[in-house]
Design a protein around this ligand. Sequence first.
Ligand code: CP
Length: 330
Amino acid sequence: RRHVLSLADFSPADYDVVLQTASSFREVLSRRTKKVPTLQGQVVANLFFEPSTRTRSSFELAAKRLSADTLNFAAGTSSLSKGETILDTAKTYLAMGTDMMVIRHKEAGVPQAIAAEMDRLGVRVGVLNAGDGQHEHPSQALLDLFTICTLFDSEQPRLSLLEGKKIAIVGDILHSRVARSNIWSLTASGAEVHLAAPPTLLPRWFADYVADSDDRSAPNPRQLFVHWTLNPALENADFVMALRLQKERMTSHLLPSLREYHQQFGITRDRLKLCKPEVKVLHPGPVNRGVEISSDLMDDPQFSLISQQVTSGVAVRMALLYLMGGGKVA
Ligand code: CP
């Protein structure tokens, strides 16, 4: 595929190709040299119009491990401040010979608009959505998927390994592009996905899936359930994914008191007793330490997959760049 903008159009085969390719690159990253000539001569531009630590750095490292040249753009020091438009910024990078653009923006739809412009111009430039507003964050969901699947089969991670598992996604669903992409991938796997959030942090369109009403009569082929309280989502869960409270996107009436939020929805050692004994906790980061997850739990390797998620990010982003760039694994 030319662009990776959303997981809505990913097939099970697409997920498995990404998982298998990431697994190959994880092996490359375990070697002493850690580098392959796959994308030598290609240019990857990281166009981040919104702050990032993990996504930007791991795309840059992934591109470098594939021997591509990288260009890093930071909105604050760019010619955007002189009035240049986003599309003209993208065309400027195109004119320098960019082959792939990795784009983050606070507004939903910006990567899609740039991809459409590249297609209109008839150029073979791939666009990767690195997080657009509240819409999607495909590479985050793919690295989450890889992190979970490799726990069950580290050599051959595949989507079907999650069939029948229960996964709770907890917190600020309303503002979370990570949740939206994860809902596509995890429900495609055949897992039961349970969302838990205060009603003010749940999008209205999830109302059809509210499970707290005990009305399970409506067809729910994607096995998506919604709860306004935490415990039903945690009961017998195999995985708990906590989401960051996105204070920067909240109007004051949506922003709960952090203490109250932690009391009602914070993931703690005690609350994990409701889950399967081998439960694992994920968080896409950055974390509001002690709010979404208790501080001690966040650092406990028995439960926390947070560091593994970051590590997986490099291999998964190498896989995405490789698949878009058409190289060969050496
Ligand atoms: N998870 C995530 O997207 O983190 P960054 O904002 O640091 O890239």
